[in-house]
Design a protein around this ligand. Structure first.
Ligand SMILES: CC(C)(COP(=O)(O)OP(=O)(O)OC[C@H]1O[C@@H](n2cnc3c(N)ncnc32)[C@H](O)[C@@H]1OP(=O)(O)O)[C@@H](O)C(=O)NCCC(=O)NCCS
Length: 182
């Protein structure tokens, strides 16, 4: 079964401000890169299931490692790692990657963009995503963001519903068409 189907079949629950499953969220460090890479790769592979124009590159792992290394050194970026508890204690089970960006034509002048948010399937639908979003939003605000946005594939209905439930609405769209090779 694909992750997309597995995730969708989980029973719905009502998320609260605190997650109903205990987790620990912290700012990621270099030591977290090895466990964070597979989570980012799983997210990109999930996106590939939604849209053939998001076909994952063969060097996706190296790219994920490089992006994380870059983000950890970037004062405008945020990488949060979520750890499980009990048997999953010290195991990274989720990630958020976000950045503060300039809005050169609009006000507020800085926006905080959630680029990637991913939780292992067992931890979903229990308010953990909401908690990660709150934590990331608070940190983006501290960095001066006056607006929080989220980038995700249009066809990713999980993300669309997740964000819509939290008051996000589409403000710009990226439309694509493949080009034939010469
Ligand atoms: C997006 C994600 C982080 C949300 O985390 P979560 O802990 O499941 O979210 P919460 O429990 O806080 O909120 C659940 C809400 O999110 C939405 N949602 C979560 N999973 C969903 C699914 N499989 N299908 C539809 N909506 C879903 C719904 O609005 C849901 O509310 P409901 O349970 O009342 O229907 C998590 O589902 C995930 O990692 N998904 C795969 C990766 C992904 O798509 N990331 C977003 C693109 S970058």
């Amino acid at each position: 079964m694909t992750e997309r189907k597995e995730s969708t079949k989980r029973a719905a629950s009502t998320p609260t401000e605190a997650p109903t499953v205990p987790i620990h969220v912290r700012v990621a460090t270099e030591a977290d890169i090895p466990p964070l890479v597979p989570l980012l790769v799983r997210l990109k592979r999930l996106n590939e299931e939604f849209d053939p124009l998001l076909k994952v590159r063969s060097d996706v792992e190296a790219q994920a490692r490089e992006i994380l290394r870059h983000d950890l050194a970037n004062p405008r970026a945020i990488v949060l790692a979520a750890e499980g508890v009990g048997p999953d204690k010290d195991r990274v089970i989720g990630v958020v990657r976000a950045q503060v960006r300039d809005r050169v034509f609009y006000t507020p002048e800085l926006e905080g963009v959630i680029l990637d948010i991913y939780l292992l399937p067992l931890y979903r639908r229990r308010g953990v995503g909401e908690y990660l979003l709150q934590e990331a939003t608070a940190r983006l605000k501290e960095k001066g963001a006056g607006l929080v946005t989220a980038e995700f594939p249009t066809q990713n209905e999980i993300a669309a519903r997740f964000y819509a439930k939290r008051g996000f609405r589409p403000i710009t769209a990226l439309h694509a068409r493949a080009l034939e090779r010469a």
